[in-house]
Ligand binder design. Structure first.
Ligand code: NAP
Length: 433
């Protein structure tokens, strides 16, 4: 019997478990360990609440978790309840699938002012992540600045602009829905330090901005390169840039909220009297290698909320080799040290779609198959249970999670799939009551 521990029950963790089942059949035991009492990681806490069709992939993960050869071991924090060396002594392979849940820091003067938040915190707040429930972002308005030109920046701009009615069927937490309903934000400025051909926004997500009830996306036609240059873009990018061209060509419709694309715009400071009030922005131009070069020309964008959406990093774990520059574990194609692997964003950084994690999971299992043979008869799940029992860990099983799931569904707003519990205590109470 092979014993595999996967740390993190998001997409990368589940695809690894699925691949292990495919490769080893009933000759493997996989423990999927998560610090939270609820599974699915990025699907629950990262994917936007109004993108329910993307979240449907969790049904596939559920099938994996229901296999007799897989256990969900929730509410167990590696580093607090059990250490990596202890796991290595119990399992033939330990796979870090911990994702990249930490914001890359916005290293600007004023980035510590109240009103400035990272996307991990802001997205975590509206998605009910226990760590960010109390974020209480400044939504007084009238201006918000979103830094970055990726899909997360798009998510944030859209969530800030939607009406309550547009959240019908979404599992946005009620605390966020009500705060957004009272929001005074009427101008969302998206700052991109490069140009329309350098955005990291996918066409479907960008196109959505053109169909919002009370918000209109605005693009300055002068920022767009000659239309002929689009022919050199790959098809997805060409479509995205096509949306920007449509936005630039659409006359103002008199909607009360604007989403303004400010290209060639690099934030250089955030200023205000004890809180964020404005972002100082420097105009950029592109050099021949499409890098942004500051021009010295600056201007000010008033904003009481600043959300930086400039990418994420994996939190380091003591004793595990780490690449600080890239914010991920130091690894060679997924191998970190003998018996220790990483997968997904923890391996390659925060890029790609959820589906990109599938081949990742299968590839790491190929390495494991080559490295561990038939397994060394280690303590595996029984050994882990013994350790956790000694430490009085309050383990949440998959059956427990199904109770939480049912309780969340039972208390959902009308039309919504669930109302998430937003504290660990409430999640546990739903299991134990
Ligand atoms: P991302 O795609 O890497 O975009 C980060 C953006 O931040 C880029 O525009 C980058 O500009 C900019 N940036 C980085 N450092 C900056 C700085 N110091 N100052 C100003 N701008 C800076 O990251 P993401 O948006 O966080 O998304 C992460 C991954 O999740 C991506 O693969 C994304 O596609 C995926 N995702 C997908 C969906 C979806 O499919 N619905 C939704 C959300 C996220 P440069 O290009 O100039 O570096």
């Amino acid at each position: 019997m092979r014993h595999v521990a996967v740390i993190g029950s998001g997409p990368a963790g589940f695809y690894t478990a699925e691949a292990a089942l495919k490769a080893f059949g009933d000759q493997v035991c996989v423990d999927l360990i998560d610090r939270l009492p609820v599974p699915y990681g990025l699907i629950r806490f990262g994917v936007a609440p109004d993108h329910q069709s993307i979240k449907a992939v969790s049904r596939r993960y559920e099938q994996v978790a229901l296999s007799p050869n897989v256990r969900f071991v929730g509410n167990v924090c590696v580093g607090r309840d059990v250490s990596i060396p202890e796991l290595q002594s119990l399992y033939d392979a330990v796979v870090l699938a911990t994702g990249a849940p930490v914001d890359r820091p916005l290293e600007l003067p004023g980035s510590d002012l109240p009103g400035v938040v990272g996307s991990a915190a802001f997205v975590g707040w509206y998605n009910g992540h226990p760590e960010f429930t109390d974020l209480n972002p400044t939504l007084d308005g009238p201006g918000a600045v979103v830094i970055g030109n990726g899909n997360v920046a798009l998510d944030v701009a859209r969530i800030l602009s939607k009406t309550r009615r547009e959240f019908e069927g979404a599992d946005i937490t009620t605390h966020a829905l009500e705060a957004l309903d009272r929001s005074g934000i009427v101008r969302v400025t998206l700052l991109g330090r490069r140009g329309p051909h350098q955005i990291a926004m996918t066409p479907k997500e960008l196109g959505e901005l053109g169909h919002l009830e009370r918000a209109q996306p605005l693009v300055d036609p002068a920022d767009l390169p000659d239309a002929g240059a689009d022919a050199l873009l790959e098809p997805g990018m060409r479509k995205s840039v096509g949306h920007l061209r449509d936005f630039a060509a659409t006359p103002p419709a008199g909607k009360p909220v604007t989403i303004e694309f400010d290209f060639f715009a690099m934030p250089v400071a955030i200023e205000g009297d004890g809180k964020a009030e404005r972002v100082v922005v420097e105009r950029t131009r592109l050099d021949s290698e499409m890098r942004s070069i500051p021009t010295g020309e600056t201007y000010v964008v008033p904003a009481s909320l600043v959300v930086s959406c400039i990418g994420y990093k994996t939190p380091p774990i003591e004793g595990v080799p780490y690449e600080h520059g890239r914010g991920r574990f130091a690894n060679s194609d997924g191998r970190i040290l003998p018996g220790l692997y990483c997968v997904g964003w923890a391996r390659r950084g925060p890029t790609g779609t959820i589906g990109t994690n599938r081949p990742d999971g299968y590839a790491v299992v190929d390495l494991i198959a080559a490295d561990i043979g038939e397994g060394a008869g280690r303590g595996g799940p029984e050994g882990l249970d013994r350790l956790l029992g000694q430490r009085n860990a309050d383990v949440v099983t998959f059956t427990d999670w199904q109770r939480i799931d049912a309780a969340e569904a039972a208390r959902a707003r009308s039309g919504a799939p669930r109302e998430k519990f937003v504290s660990i205590a409430d999640m546990i109470a739903a299991v134990r009551n």
